[in-house]
Design a protein around this ligand. Structure first.
Ligand code: URA
Ligand code: CA
Length: 441
């Protein structure tokens, strides 16, 4: 191990065998944390080339269970977001793709910190089971084309160990380590096609476009290097994607999009772009035009909405919510947050909006914390919009009156108004496929 650390420290490249030796040692305790920490720091300064990243990801994916989805007919496709606020795209794109003949396999996590998690959102639906066994998961995808469940398998346990060490050794922020961390879990979860939504902006973990493009390109190459058809979209996170931030409230908004509402919303646009890329990655249609046509039809006919209902019913949930999303409920205590001054909305600190929702009870600070599915907020202000003094910026929902004031303070400090109109960032910067980055025109 000392030789491996020294080699990387001196700028050398590590072979697959050396990376395998390290990861095996991480798993069986043969390599102590102090040596792993030293190697992580050497990697932080010296970097990893694409072959090293691909090899490392393969070793991490092989450190635990590797889900076998070969029994699922067709090409099962997974969708992964690097983490956003008000980002309910899975609950919209998943049913859309399944309604167009795709097979959507999504193993999802819970929310932590300012970003929400799809599993928490689903559990806001009465009766909904998210803990499927692998057999149940495969049977459901084969039958209805769609399953979204929590991780039951031990996926890439080496990543858990490395992530915890990176966190306490200031080595989180390394492209190769981030890309291998994310993709190791995707490879282990067994999908043959993978679509990544790499978020860029104030609410994302990549604040700069160049960094996000580099990360997207690395992840697409890793996927391809392991025989997975992989594509990535780069989408803006300078404001919450949808208006709703929370759990029940986000599910309700997702249902409304599938009902044909919010036709001009960013949430609907990004969900459709992701769905199109999922269909392309899985090879369900030959080109973007035919994907778009199929998706428009699935949305307009209500088949995508019905597909969501089928998934909810299959997982024990109350599928009546697809007709009446108000059944999901919202916190009984409510507050309209008003702007003191007027002006154009020029910046939204999206991380802070996520934090405001957390303060209302919608999120957790620590893994063990409980969340309140009925808590959350509805953003009224969007970037570029002109507001009069006293206009409502957002409406807050909580189950406890005392939680409203701190969330209001967080929200007020998150929104910046200016006298002159502000530039609104593009919603999608482009996409990455096997031929590279394609900027949106
Ligand atoms: N998400 C992950 O899973 N890993 C990282 O390193 C960063 C974000
Ligand atoms: Ca090699």
């Amino acid at each position: 191990m000392v030789e491996i650390i020294e080699k990387k420290r001196n700028g050398g490249r590590l072979t697959r065998e050396e990376l395998a030796f390290w990861i095996e040692g991480v798993m069986d305790g043969g390599v102590p944390d102090y040596q792993t920490s030293a190697l992580l720091m050497a990697i932080y300064f010296r970097g990893l080339d694409m072959e090293e990243i691909t090899d490392l990801t393969g070793e991490m994916a092989a450190s635990g269970d590797q889900v076998d989805l070969s029994m699922v007919p067709g090409i099962p496709v997974d969708k992964h977001s690097t983490g956003g606020v008000g980002d309910t795209t899975t609950l919209i794109a998943g049913p859309l793709v399944a309604a167009c003949g795709g097979r959507v396999v999504k193993m999802s996590g819970r929310g932590l910190g300012h970003t929400g998690g799809t599993i928490d959102k689903l559990e806001a639906i009465p009766g909904m089971r998210t803990g499927l066994t692998i057999d149940q998961f495969i049977a459901q995808v084969s039958r209805i084309g769609l399953a979204v469940a929590g991780q039951s398998a031990q996926l890439a346990p080496a990543d858990k160990i490395l992530y915890a060490l990176r966190d306490v050794t200031a080595t989180t922020d390394s492209l190769g380590l981030i890309a291998s961390s994310i993709m190791s879990k995707k490879l282990a979860s067994g999908a043959k096609a993978i679509v990544l939504d790499v978020k860029v902006g104030s609410g994302a973990f990549m604040k700069e476009l160049d960094d996000a493009i580099a990360l997207a390109q690395a992840m697409v190459k890793i996927g391809q290097g392991h025989g997975r058809s992989t594509r990535a979209l780069l989408t803006n996170m300078d404001q919450p994607l949808g208006r709703a931030v929370g759990n029940a409230i986000e599910v309700a908004e997702g249902i409304e999009v599938l009902q044909g509402k919010h036709a001009e919303s960013d949430l609907r646009k990004v969900s459709l772009m992701l769905a199109e890329n999922m269909l392309l990655a899985a090879g369900v249609y030959p080109d973007a035009q035919s994907c778009k046509r199929a998706l428009d039809e699935a949305l307009a006919s209500g088949r995508a909405l019905e597909k969501l209902g089928e998934m909810i019913a299959a997982q024990g949930g109350d599928a009546r919510v697809i007709q009446r999303p108000e059944r999901l409920g919202q916190g009984a205590c409510r507050l309209d947050v008003k702007s003191a001054s007027g002006g154009y909305v020029s910046a939204i600190d999206t991380q802070r909006i996520g934090h405001a929702a957390l303060l209302l009870g919608a999120g957790r600070r620590k893994k063990e914390d409980a969340i309140d599915p009925m808590a959350g907020l509805l953003m009224r202000a969007r970037l570029g919009q002109k507001l009069a003094p006293g206009e409502t910026l957002a409406t807050l929902f909580a189950s406890d009156e005392a939680l409203l004031a701190p969330a209001q303070a967080a929200l007020l400090s998150a929104v910046t108004l200016r006298e002159s109109p502000a530039q609104v960032p593009p919603l999608c910067y482009g996409w990455v496929d096997e031929s590279g980055f394609h900027p949106t025109k």
